[in-house]
Write a protein that binds this ligand. Sequence first.
Ligand code: NAD
Ligand code: MN
Length: 817
Amino acid sequence: MSEITDIFETLEYGPAPEATGPVDAWLDRHDRRFSHWIGGEWRAPSGGDRFETANPASGRSLAAVAQGGEADVDAAVAAARAAQPAWRALSGHARARYLYAIARRLQRDARFFAVLETLDNGKPIREARDVDVPLVARHFYHHAGWAQLLSAELPGQVPVGVVGQIIPWNFPLLMLAWKVAPALAAGNTVVLKPAEFTSLTALAFAELTKAVGLPDGVCNVVTGDGRTGAALAAHPDVNKIAFTGSTEVGRILREATAGSGKKLSLELGGKSPFLVYEDADLDSVVEGVVDAIWFNQGQVCCAGSRILAQEGIADRLVEKLKARMETLRIGDPLDKAVDIGAIVAPVQLERIRTLVEKGREEGAELWQPSWSCPEEGWFYPPTLLTRVEPASTVARVEIFGPVVTLMTFRTPAESVELANDTRYGLAASIWTENINLALDVAPKVKAGTVWINCTNLFDAASGFGGYRESGFGREGGLEGMWEYVRPAWEEYASEAPPAVTRAAPPPGEGGEAGVVAGAIPAAEEEDDAATPDVPPVDRTAKMYVGGKQARPDAPYTIEVRAPDGSLVGEVGRGNGKDIRNAVEAARRAQPKWAAATAHNRAQVLYYLAENLAPRGAELAARIDAMTGGGRAAAEAEVEASLARLFLYAGLADKWDGRVHHTPFRNVTLAMPEPLGVIGAACPTEAPLLGFVSTVIPAVAMGNAVVAVPSERWPLAATDLYQVLDTSDLPGGVVNIVTGGRDELAQVLAAHDDVDGVWYFGTREGSAAVERLSVGNLKRTWTDLGRPRDWHDPVQGEGDEFLRRCTQVKNVWVPYGE
Ligand code: NAD
Ligand code: MN
């Protein structure tokens, strides 16, 4: 009797563990010893090495999995390559049927997968069962649709080919789904490398693909640790790497793939702000924090790990939070009533402990519930750190554990500043009952996903991915599909010889190509060079920075010569200082330009065209004088440039976002936002059209640009200064630095205040840009020396240019009471 009254008094739960029978039977059927899944069958590791994967809740081994070496990766890539043509050749409908069958089967086996995931990862069964596995099935259903719709929705695109996919341990099966579903939908074949702590659900999934009859080799799984991942990334026959994991490894992959032509998407870490304003509903906020940082033990890339609370309510929030933390249940993840499971591995547990210790040393106040964690297994209690400074380690470094920091702010402006005071930009959560405030803050926070009065919501229809050092590329929805295709025309162009590269040294000139000391206007030759229509060489064209002509930092010039060797003019040879000045000007100008309405930006572009038109004959003469391509061709280039200005003026207010149908009571606004400051190394050929084609789309979308015009024929761009001056283009939105393309592109690529670099030049130049972009993980778009016909509307203009200078922010706005 007294026991029952006790239970009523304390309302304690009894244990309610999920049964593991079917999973145990599956493990036993494999003798708890797994191989790689290659070409539709189990393949023993070439070196014979295996390692144990453990159950974090007990620390005990579940099974041995194979350590993939180079030979295994080779075999898997070969299998994927062999399967690719037939998979690609299938109709979208046929691929849709496979994806649909996978989704159905996943639903049927949902309980099995949920239990296996919980055993291998340590996450509560409630989450594996109610979140992970349903989202996995949903992802395959959604992408069955993309397979079917591919040719209609992404016209002119082809699959990238063989995709290497490297995933982390926090959502093993869900990350598999995010990678595999879009890849297969688009007609790619894959080699997936799961994380070393959590390979089992991927191996079970491999068997599932066999059961639904997926052709052999379409989906391969090679297990192993970072070395296996590195071998996959380095493999020359892989066309794309898709990665989710730490920013540190993301950087390694950026460098490893630089110049290889491999497409790359990186979904990296975060330190996402959780913004609480004084009018927020604090009870909802508390439940939000539970979901933000104690979901999956805080091992979530988009975890709301930085609470920023408005001063007036901070104390009350802390009290409520502590009370709620006291009621959280930690323990056996298989127990259906458990809120917090185990940490994936001892190394991760140690990392959390070390960082929390560091936080205390730096002055943070630690609070944990009074109850204690299980003795067995790898557990860490929910933890609140207050008295944290914005500069302290725990406020800056991703802890990837159930640890949240709390800082305060006074005004919304200050909250935005604090929110953006991080190198990351994965997600943000905004809590206020004031919709105006929420929608004012949402665009100001630099993050790929913004949840308003909600957090950690995911759906296959919405893109997910980072700003800044949280990586690039999106997973999910239409945005995600773009990561797995490439323009069809590139396939045919890829074998052609590289385009014109560098200016040839002027005839008879020794030393460095095309460079002479002293900005001395050329003398006698100028008359030879001048045809009746071309102004004589009377000066060295300056740089254009912040809306003003600017003298180059160093007194060096580059001669611009006609094909017959005659001098057409001179430009300054820009250096790092010139680029840095231009970046500063661009940075100052960009926010205001982005805040201008799309209509305003369109008006400026029309005005540019209007002012350029009367200068058409003069520009054509200049182009002809430099290129020797003939007057007609030069006139056509001017005409094409005018048309392109009109095109982007027209698109400025039409290329917009979407509202995704995510299955919650909310709207998900997918808004393209400008990258910010873009460095653009313009193509050598088509000196005017190439310049317009690279600079104008970026400007149309609200970016500011630092452009390096055609290295060999820069005068078509420098002739535009007056046009730019008279067209209401705010100073600093377009900056022009003439000089050596590769040298200047590399300064831009290495510059930490540049958000993106476009480079049209050589393969080596592309490689250097990609390699140097690793500092702030800026977005790059390089041509690898592949020639592009700037006059061709398929190659020289359109959506791809706009996608490359924007990133999509998804804002989740719930509705209903
Ligand atoms: P990690 O980045 O090392 O591992 C992620 C994946 O990359 C794994 O499959 C791993 O085997 C593989 N990998 C490791 N080194 C590689 C290399 N050189 N080349 C190719 N692949 C390689 O992450 P981790 O060590 O498991 O965790 C460390 C920290 O990373 C965590 O504490 C957390 O901060 C962060 N993390 C973030 C995410 C996320 O979703 N953004 C996921 C896991 C971990
Ligand atoms: Mn494990």
